[in-house]
Design a protein around this ligand. Structure first.
Ligand SMILES: Nc1ncnc2c1ncn2[C@@H]1O[C@H](COP(=O)(O)OP(=O)(O)OP(=O)(O)O)[C@@H](O)[C@H]1O
Ligand SMILES: [Mg+2]
Length: 460
């Protein structure tokens, strides 16, 4: 509360001093200005969350001050104080000019106190938002990729370094971490940018069709091959080919692929002619490539050929500090796309997103935000707009922690710790009792009590 600043503007000295005193008694830090022009000078250094201003003043009146503030400091809330003569204009200022509220004199102080609190809340949420936006502009984006963490910067650097050449790149990382995005960014930053970018998902194409998909076929090459077909390699000629889920490509075909990569010629199925191709290949996998080699789903020689350069994308839980930036970026993008009002997220909801372990990584985060943007009717996304698996989880698998809000009754704290320890030790009561330094008998008694309390609740 102590750094919530309010600027009070009124040309009548006793009025502004009186109001300033009252407002500072409510716990705000106040400053005063005698007219609009003085106020304009003050806001730069004082940076108030809220400006309470009289309307009729010499030099610069309240409406002009409002216009100035809305262009220069759009996150500052402005409350207008009007005499009877300018009530209509004040109503319009609230409706069309972005004033937060207006009061007709004499001012109802109880009401002002309430409105002021709302205005300060609104404005500080907006300001936080503005800080994020600036961060994003300054250093948090790389093309379409968002994230300012050390881990993401390393990724950007790698992308920049490999883009100009035609070396093969292997992109690894869990599902939803942005592997395809990296592949597209490499293409966009490369001299091949105006040539095709073709992506093929090796896990999605049936094994029997894979070869023809990659290399093409002539009419009648096999049963069902009614027409001649161009394969991905030829389609991507002079451009970039992304082989997604490379470890899911049929093992035998991997040998053929390797040969194409080495001599840069493809032969369509059913054809005797070879065509030369110039394709930059980027491969991606969400598996550990070394393990895939051990399990014989990925050929070792192909792996060596592909991973001249490896770019590894961190799981989202390994760069949580990027979550606020990502969220802000996604809210803006998705509310524009769906034509929705959401612009910010409440601190509580943001906290929930930070604490979650994100098994589906950035894709999952994006889906959560998209859903929230669609169902949120107002400007701010709240906890209730988030799915239950995020807000309702009591324990976090990555940190082995239990959520204990301040003020939770001690019995409940004990119950949560006991039950989650039990769950974490696969229901092994002896181990749970040992871990918690209590006797097995005590544990049994407690569990029995919880059970009874639970069934009482069910009946009641
Ligand atoms: N750094 C990022 N900034 C913004 N959006 C991102 C970022 N990383 C991923 N995304 C978004 O997350 C989604 C998943 O990204 P992408 O398809 O590139 O992941 P992937 O690693 O290829 O996933 P999969 O292994 O499941 O194919 C996309 O909607 C993408 O726009
Ligand atoms: Mg992908």
């Amino acid at each position: 509360m102590s750094d919530q600043r309010v600027l009070i503007v009124d040309d009548e000295e006793p009025a502004r001093q009186g109001l300033s005193e009252i407002v500072s008694n409510w716990g705000y830090v106040t400053e005063t200005a005698a007219d609009g022009r003085e106020a304009v000078e003050r806001v730069d250094s004082f940076a108030p969350l809220v400006v309470i201003t009289d309307v009729v003043m010499p030099n610069l009146d309240g409406f002009k001050l409002l216009t100035h503030l809305k262009t220069e400091y759009p996150e500052t809330a402005v409350i207008l104080l009007t005499g009877q003569a300018s009530v209509d204009a004040a109503i319009r200022a609230v409706k069309d000019e972005g004033a937060f509220y207006y009061f007709e004199k004499p001012i109802d102080m109880r009401r002002l106190q309430l409105v002021l609190r709302k205005a300060a809340e609104y404005s500080s949420a907006r300001r936080e938002n503005e800080v994020l936006r600036r961060q994003l502009r300054q250093y948090g984006v790389f093309g379409e990729m968002v994230g300012a963490s050390e881990a993401m910067r390393e990724v950007y650097t790698m992308v920049e370094q490999v883009a100009p050449s035609s070396v093969s790149v292997l992109v690894t990382g869990e599902s939803g971490t942005g592997k395809e995005m990296v592949a597209r960014s490499i293409h966009k930053l490369s001299p091949r940018v105006n040539q095709p970018f073709i992506a093929i998902n090796c896990a999605a194409v049936p094994e029997t069709l894979m070869e023809s998909e990659l290399f093409g076929h002539e009419k009648g090459a096999f049963t069902g091959a009614a027409d001649r077909r161009i394969g991905c390699f030829e389609l991507a000629n002079n451009g970039t080919l992304l082989l997604d889920e490379i470890a899911d490509m049929p093992f035998l075909l991997q040998a053929k692929l390797l040969r194409v990569l080495e001599d840069k010629h493809v032969r369509r199925l059913g054809s005797t002619k070879e065509t030369s191709v110039d394709v930059r290949v980027i491969a991606a996998t969400n598996k550990d490539p070394v393990k895939a080699v051990q399990q014989e789903t990925l050929r070792e020689d192909l792996l060596y050929r592909l991973n001249v350069i490896t770019i590894h994308l961190p799981a989202l839980r390994e760069h949580r500090d990027d979550i606020p930036l990502l969220v802000q970026h996604m809210i803006e993008e998705l509310s524009k796309r769906h034509n929705k009002p959401a612009q910010l997220i409440s601190p509580e909801a943001a906290e929930m997103l930070l604490g979650y372990h994100w098994p589906g990584n950035v894709r999952e985060l994006r889906n959560v935000i998209e859903r929230a943007v669609i169902i949120c009717q107002g400007e701010q996304i709240e906890e209730r707009h988030l799915p239950f698996n995020i807000t309702g989880q009591e324990t976090s698998p990555t940190t082995d922690a239990v959520m204990i809000p301040i003020g939770m009754p001690l019995d409940e704290v004990e119950r949560r710790v006991i039950l989650s320890t039990l769950a974490r030790s696969d229901n092994n009561k002896t181990r749970t009792a040992e871990t918690l330094h209590i006797s097995l008998k005590t544990l049994h008694n407690k569990l029995k009590a919880y059970k009874e309390a639970g069934s009482e609740k069910d009946e009641g």
